[in-house]
Design a protein around this ligand. Structure first.
Ligand code: PLP
Length: 373
């Protein structure tokens, strides 16, 4: 990242924490296959076991419940197939790695504030006696809206369904506890809170069914075949250990949102009436397309995302905002700002000042366009 660049896109990827970098370098230098019985292999195994304990403790799970994966996408895919249920019910605002993971899944709508409609979930569960998996995310990647997971679990378990929760955006940012939430499967990804990309975990509660989708060796207690990504896992463990340090505060987010609304009173903050992650703001800039905002802010040395940041880099309309009932034209003006462990208050001040300039400039060009017409 260039020096003096203000990076406010932690929900896309949070920069690697120094402790994670050090743990990875150490693991790469040491080498070894955790399945080998000699000393080098045993040292690699000890690293993986240590990381497993750190990740488990981050989410209140037992180390034996943690299955390392190649990231959040794989964790979500394997939860949906591994639960082996006939019906899969998912909320309308899930990440694509859930929405595209199974054919014929049923979508449960959300309300205008982004919260899943529990009444409709309950009705859908009652509609058939087939075995069901319910998948509802912990926190939304675009709006930061937190779902009432304990309520989802209560309703789903009462109907005999299993529950998967994609906690990729929650873990490491706010407290996430597998056992107090009561979920059966929980997805995690290291790079959302200062670990490396390409590593994550599916936490599978003891005694729930799980059919592995990767077959081969007996790694991960026969739940995910393939030699472990030791360096990635070591970095994940180190990031999990430090997850609580230097986290963005809600006061910053509130200050940011109050200032932006003062500049543009017609701007809208999505999910504002719901509980949200303290690091995430999704806001429209009336009349200015998100791509324009992202490019202008980038030129000014600030990195943020359009409401829907796509893997291809191409911005599409946000399915999350549309599911919340936002008009398509308005959804195209939504910007996602997300801070993290290395953000500071000056970053917020800088963003506010640059956003103000951009809004004023955009207004002027609107006026000159109107005059020219
Ligand atoms: N789930 C959510 C909510 C996400 O935001 C993301 C990444 O953006 C993923 C899953 C996928 O995680 P990964 O990038 O580790 O595959």
């Amino acid at each position: 990242m260039p020096a003096a660049y203000t990076y406010l896109d932690h929900n896309a990827t949070s920069p690697l924490r120094p402790a994670a970098f050090d743990a990875m370098v150490e693991a790469l230098q040491a080498g070894g296959n955790p399945s080998s019985v000699h000393r080098v292999g045993r040292t690699a195994r000890a690293r993986v076991d240590w990381a497993r304990r750190q990740v488990a403790s981050l989410v209140g799970a037992r180390p034996s419940e943690v299955v390392f994966t190649s990231g959040g996408t794989e964790a979500n895919n394997s939860a949906l197939s591994g639960a082996g249920r006939k019906r899969v019910l998912v909320s309308a605002v899930e990440h694509d790695s859930v929405l595209k993971a199974a054919n014929g899944m049923e979508i449960v709508p959300v309300q205008g504030n982004g919260i899943v409609d529990l009444g409709i979930l309950e009705q859908s569960l009652a509609a058939s006696s087939e075995s069901v998996l319910v998948s509802v995310m912990f926190a939304n990647n675009e709006t930061g809206v937190l779902q009432p997971i304990a309520d989802v679990v209560r309703v789903a378990h009462a109907a005999g369904a299993l529950v998967h929760c994609d906690a990729v955006q929650g873990a490491g940012k706010v407290s996430v506890d597998l056992h107090s939430l009561g979920v059966d499967y929980l997805s995690l990804s290291a790079h959302k809170f200062g670990g490396p990309t390409g590593v994550g975990a599916l936490v599978v509660r003891s005694n729930v069914p799980f059919l592995p989708d990767r077959l081969g060796g007996g790694q991960e207690s026969n739940r995910r075949a393939g030699t472990e990504n030791v360096a990635g896992i070591a970095g994940f463990g180190a990031a999990a250990t430090e997850a609580g340090n230097g986290l963005a505060t809600r006061e910053w987010r509130d200050r940011l949102e109050a200032s932006l609304l003062e500049i543009a009173p017609a701007a809208r903050i999505y999910g504002a009436s719901a509980d949200r992650l303290p690091n995430t703001t999704c806001i429209s800039m009336p009349g200015v397309r998100a791509e324009t905002q992202v490019m202008a802010l980038d030129l000014a040395g600030i990195g943020v995302s359009a409401g829907a940041a796509c893997s291809s880099g191409k911005v599409t309309r946000s399915a999350v905002l549309l599911a919340m009932g936002v008009e398509p034209a308005e959804a195209e003006t939504a910007l996602r700002i997300s801070f993290g462990w290395n953000s500071c208050f000056d970053d917020i001040e800088r963003l506010i000042a640059t956003w103000r300039d951009l809004y004023i400039r955009a207004g002027r060009s609107d006026i000159s366009r109107a005059r020219a017409a």
